[in-house]
Design a protein around this ligand. Structure first.
Ligand SMILES: O=C(O)CCC(=O)C(=O)O
Ligand SMILES: [Fe+2]
Length: 347
């Protein structure tokens, strides 16, 4: 418990050495010592598409219109049908969780990676990391709800009720988007069934204020290993996406969802859709919380490029079991190129 960033960060004036990244890996290039406020300047560069679900469908249909269209989705969905009250309630109950006294949080804290519901800090690899990440993290499975809800935190008392409703709604939204994506790709209706979407994981990131945001990272560069990610952030900046060789800030839009393609969708779409690399930076003013829903295939599902997409072409990736991919993903520690290369069929 004492290694949770939230347990000690209020008492430090400078970041401990084992949180300071070497110059080349810091979030702000040293030759541009941006003040924190300039993070928001970086946001101005971001291509922000406010997608409404109706427009999202049209956007997805673009995929159909060109074989070589490299579609990268890292945009924000509004008018998504999840009520603002539920979103606000969920953010509140989750922030209340992190505000609870240590004795209460200790009930879910665990260093055991095999525990399904657990609170921990930095990454799953804390014990072997040279440099830690400035984040505390709560994660638990959430589908089917009645299988998992009893292992979720018991407190705050409304946690299970509110977060249960939220994960249900976000799951429905994710499946609707997958249906549209499937349609855009020309897959048969219902392609993204239980095999490809049967697991859902809720991952909550809590980044306490950090005295040296230019030296630390909340989360390292990575792309998500799942099918589709729906991320909720409030109005605190911290998410950056790596696009065309540079880091761009994703401007927080309260009540909008950031949608991200995961590696599985890249493979299923035979490379038409691309997972986007991203990371989280810290700030010195206020804590930031992000609530991330990952739709995953079932562990034993076989993943491969959709047959109907390769009828007239060559599959780019070989088939594999999702659970083996996850293991390899962890070993590769964010090296997306090496990870995806290993699944590519060599000509
Ligand atoms: O906190 C964020 O905005 C990023 C979270 C994220 O990328 C993740 O949990 O995979
Ligand atoms: Fe991520």
């Amino acid at each position: 418990m004492e290694n949770l960033v939230s347990s000690w960060s209020k008492t430090v004036q400078i970041s401990p050495e084992n949180y300071v990244f070497p110059a080349g890996e810091r979030p702000v290039p040293t030759r541009f010592p941006f003040a924190e406020t300039s993070h928001s300047l970086m946001c101005l560069n971001v291509k922000m598409i406010k997608l409404e679900l109706k427009q999202f469908k049209k956007y997805i249909l673009l995929v159909k219109s060109s074989d070589s269209f490299r579609f990268i989705l890292y945009d924000q969905v509004i008018n998504h049908g999840v009520s603002q009250d539920l979103i606000d309630d969920t953010m509140k109950v989750i922030k209340d969780f992190f505000e609870m006294p240590n004795e209460e949080k200790a009930k879910v804290y665990s260093m055991d990676p095999n525990k399904s519901c657990r609170l921990y800090t930095s990454s799953y690899n804390y014990a072997n990391e040279e440099i830690h990440f400035w984040r505390d993290h709560l994660r638990h499975p959430c589908h089917p709800l009645d299988k998992w809800i009893h292992i979720w935190p018991e407190n705050p008392t409304r946690y299970r009720d509110v977060v249960g409703k939220y994960t249900n709604e976000v799951r429905k939204l994710s499946l609707r988007m997958l249906e549209m994506i499937g349609e855009g790709l020309g897959l048969e209706c219902g392609y993204f069934g239980e095999e490809l979407t049967g697991d859902q994981l809720l991952a909550i990131n809590h980044y306490p204020p950090c005295p040296d945001p230019d030296l630390t990272l909340g989360l390292p560069k990575h792309a998500d290993p799942n099918v589709i990610t729906v991320l909720l952030q409030e109005d605190v900046y911290g998410l950056q996406v790596f696009k065309n060789g540079q880091w761009l800030g994703v401007k927080p839009m309260p009540h909008a969802f950031v949608v991200n393609i995961g590696h599985q969708l890249q493979i299923i779409s035979n490379g038409k859709l691309r997972s986007a690399e991203h990371r989280a930076v810290t700030n010195s003013r206020e804590a930031r919380t992000s609530i991330v829903s990952f739709i995953n295939p079932c562990h034993d599902s076989i993943i491969e490029p959709a047959k109907s997409l390769i009828d007239t072409g060559i599959p780019l990736y070989r088939p594999f079991k999702f659970k083996n991919f996850l293991k390899f993903y962890e070993e590769k520690k964010g090296d997306t190129e090496a990870l995806m290369e290993a699944y590519k069929i060599k000509p």
